[in-house]
Write a protein that binds this ligand. Structure first.
Ligand code: ADP
Length: 481
């Protein structure tokens, strides 16, 4: 059993009301431990500590920050296998993917440790010959970091590494489903030696702990990854307290397969994009739009591929898919599949929860054909291991369906003719478009974010540093006084 506290002003402390959250593994259904649950008063203390620490931390030299970030990377690297095994148990992804996730975090800390040394600003020509003008980049202040459970190490580290590199102090709230992962990240930051108050950890549900953060007058900016619905609530509070927002709010990823696509490559790309992390990825393939002429072969190919996936204990090396995170998500997947069936979709494979596992959260990889745009599964983000296939007559029809959503995070197009690839790339309304590449393709240094309601701003490498700092303009008179 692993129990964990809050981390405020450089100390691990119990929450004021001594309330706890029980952490249940989706893999076994058993408790992994309990975590202190922060009340609004605990959040207030964390924010005060962050505000106080930020006054000094903002003047720390970037080489000092860089050294601390390298230390974090080293500490994480040394604990990589332990952390990966923990991710399997708390979140449920297969061990091979969990190792990649932790290595990715090590790379974020190393990457930002270098990027911060190269953050340049400009000298701007003035209209006045007696003036010199230049800009400086300064931190935003206290950053609230609110993260989801599907990449419980990756997403927090992606954000925290840049927020800290940029000289902000942070109040971090991990998802209530994966609080122990959040605590392990903070253990590494603590051990690396950030000054007290620069890093603070509060744990608890969104409606209480998260709300206390978004409504705090002393949090200057919020980086949030999660649902549009929650994004709206955070933005409403941030609106009245005037905060900078950096949001990634999920997607409804279209994968468009044109009639001249390399079919083997498309089948592989669709399978990876729909089933990685059991479909619990913001940039999963959520709607597969296929040209009529190759539709049947594509359906056959992805069905064969799904039938070969091994669903099971994520700690076993050959497992491809673990359980879903919790019952509420499993019920949403049930609902989307039953709605699709009712409206005429055909289950080519799966379509239900698997039997014989320790919890009811192991969902079969599912292939649906005859899917139409009006089904729930097309309109909403399912976030489960489902591959909904829609037959299309033309590229323009694909684009029309692909863009008929409030989301706009990531898309993918498979075709041989690069003129068509560009035609689609220029018209698709997503922050990233992958050509002949799975929609789950990820490089942490590329600009990442959504169009439409899928987010606000861009993150990744230097783009995060730009988003997490603000420009100060300095105007200097050069005539002698
Ligand atoms: P998901 O549906 O993936 O769980 P959510 O948007 O509900 O996504 O949650 C993502 C993160 O947002 C979690 O850390 C959660 O606790 C937090 N959260 C949920 N509701 C709120 C809220 N009203 N205010 C602030 N944070 C919230």
């Amino acid at each position: 059993m692993q129990n964990s506290k809050l981390f405020i002003n450089g100390k691990w402390v119990e929450a004021q009301h001594k309330e706890y959250m029980n952490v249940i593994s989706p893999v076994s259904g058993k408790s992994l431990g309990k975590v202190s649950k922060a009340a609004a008063a605990d959040v207030k203390k964390a924010v005060e500590a962050a505000k106080m620490a930020e006054e000094k931390w903002r003047f720390s030299h970037h080489t000092e920050r860089s050294k601390l970030l390298y230390k974090v990377a080293k500490i994480m690297e040394d604990r990589l296998e332990e952390f990966a095994r923990h991710v399997c148990l708390e979140q449920g992804k297969p061990i091979s993917d969990a190792r990649i996730e932790i290595q990715g975090c090590v790379d974020y800390f190393k990457g930002t440790a270098e990027d911060i040394k190269r953050l340049e600003t400009a000298v701007i020509p003035s209209v006045d010959p007696n003036k010199r003008v230049f800009t400086m980049r300064e931190p935003l202040g206290v950053f609230g970091v609110i993260t989801p459970w599907n990449f419980p190490f990756d997403i927090p580290c992606f954000i925290l590494s840049s927020a800290l590199a940029a000289g902000n102090s942070v109040v971090f709230k991990p998802a209530e489903q994966t609080p122990l992962c959040g605590a392990k990240i903070v253990e590494c930051l603590d051990q690396a030696g950030f000054p007290p108050g620069v890093v603070n950890l509060v744990q608890g549900p969104g409606e209480t702990t998260g709300e206390a953060m978004s409504s705090s007058e002393d949090i200057d900016a919020i980086a949030f990854t999660g649902s549009i619905e929650t994004g709206r609530k955070i933005a409403a509070n941030a609106g009245s307290t005037i905060k900078t927002l950096l949001f990634e709010l999920g997607g409804n990823g279209p994968i468009m397969i044109l009639d001249d696509a390399n079919l083997a490559k498309a089948i592989e790309g669709v399978s990876i994009s729909c089933f990685m992390n059991s479909g619990q990825v913001c940039n999963s393939g959520e709607r597969i739009l296929v040209a009529e002429s190759i539709h049947d072969r594509l359906v056959k190919g992805v069905t064969e591929s799904a039938s070969k996936l091994k669903l099971g204990n994520p700690l076993q090396e050959d497992t491809n898919m673990g359980p879903l995170i919790d019952e509420s998500l499993a019920q949403k997947v049930d609902k989307h599949i039953s709605d699709a069936k009712r409206l005429g979709a055909k289950v080519e494979f799966g379509g239900k929860r698997a039997k014989g596992f320790p919890t009811d959260l192991y969902y079969m990889p599912t292939i649906l054909s005859n899917v139409t745009p009006r089904m729930l599964i097309s309109r909403e983000e399912t976030f489960g291991p489902v591959c909904p296939i829609l037959k299309c007559c033309s590229v323009d029809e694909m684009l029309k369906i692909a863009n008929s959503t409030e989301y706009g995070l990531m898309s993918s197009v498979y075709c041989s003719n690069m003129r068509d690839a560009f035609y689609v790339a220029e018209r698709i309304k997503t922050g990233t478009v992958a050509i002949n590449t799975p929609s789950i393709y990820w490089e942490g240094r590329l600009p990442w974010g959504g169009m439409n309601k899928s987010g606000i701003g861009r993150q990744g490498g230097i783009y995060s540093l730009l988003a997490m700092t603000q420009l100060k303009t300095v105007i200097m008179d050069v005539t002698s006084s």
